[in-house]
Design a protein around this ligand. Structure first.
Ligand SMILES: [Zn+2]
Length: 190
C-alpha cells in the first residue's frame, strides 16, 4: 500500500516538473489528481491500521475468558513434561546422588578428623600463672587458634610454627585438649 502511494507521489512530482517545463496546466492538474489519490490512499491505509489497532485491544478483551482456559490446557502438558522429566532427572540423579553423599561424608570426616580445631584444654588458674612465664616451645598452625605439643596427632602433615608457650598465650592462642600442652609443660616445669 505504501509502495503504491510512493509511486503515485513520485509520478505526481514528475508530472509537476513536466507541467513546469512544458508550461502546460494539464500536467499540473494530473499531478494534483495523483497527489490527491496518494493522499486518499494514505488516509485509507491509516484508517484501516487504526481500525485494526483499535480491534486488537478488543480481541484480547473478548478472548480474555478463553485465555485462562488456554494456559490451563498447556499447563497439563507442562506438568506431563515435568513428570516425564522427573524420572529422567531421577535416572541422572541416581549416579549423581551416589557420588554426592560420598563427598559429603568425606568432607564431614575431614572436618571432624582434621579440619575442625580440637577443643580447648581446661587449664587450672594456678597453671595459667606458671605458663605465662614459661618459654617452653609449643607449635601453632597458621589460622588455627590452638597451640599444641609437637607430638599432637591433630597436627598431622600441617606446617607448624614453633613459639614459646607464654607468647602463644599472650597472642591469644589456646591450648589443644588432645595433646594437653599446658598440663604437660606445667608438669615438666614442676
Ligand atoms: Zn594438639
Amino acid at each position: 500500500m505504501l509502495y503504491i502511494v510512493l509511486v503515485l507521489v513520485l509520478a505526481a512530482l514528475g508530472l509537476l516538473v513536466t507541467a513546469l517545463i512544458t508550461a502546460s496546466s494539464l500536467w499540473a492538474w494530473v499531478s494534483i489528481g495523483l497527489s490527491v489519490l496518494a493522499g486518499l490512499l494514505l488516509l485509507a491505509d491509516w484508517l484501516r491500521r487504526r481500525r485494526r489497532s483499535a480491534a486488537a485491544p478488543e480481541a484480547p478483551a473478548d478472548s480474555s475468558p478463553p485465555e485462562p482456559a488456554e494456559p490451563a490446557a498447556p499447563a497439563e502438558p507442562v506438568s506431563e513434561e515435568q513428570t516425564t522429566l522427573i524420572p529422567a532427572s531421577g535416572d541422572l540423579g541416581d549416579p549423581a546422588d551416589t557420588p554426592e553423599p560420598a563427598p559429603a561424608d568425606a568432607s564431614a570426616e575431614t572436618e571432624t578428623t582434621s579440619d575442625s580445631d580440637p577443643g580447648v584444654e581446661d587449664t587450672p588458674e594456678a597453671d595459667v600463672a606458671v605458663l605465662a612465664d614459661l618459654e617452653d616451645e609449643v607449635v601453632v598452625v597458621d589460622e588455627h587458634p590452638r597451640y599444641h605439643l609437637r607430638t599432637c596427632p591433630w597436627l598431622g602433615p600441617r606446617d607448624t610454627i614453633p613459639i614459646g608457650v607464654g607468647e602463644a598465650r599472650q597472642l591469644g592462642f589456646t591450648p589443644c585438649d588432645r595433646c594437653r600442652p599446658d598440663a604437660t609443660l606445667v608438669a615438666a616445669h614442676r
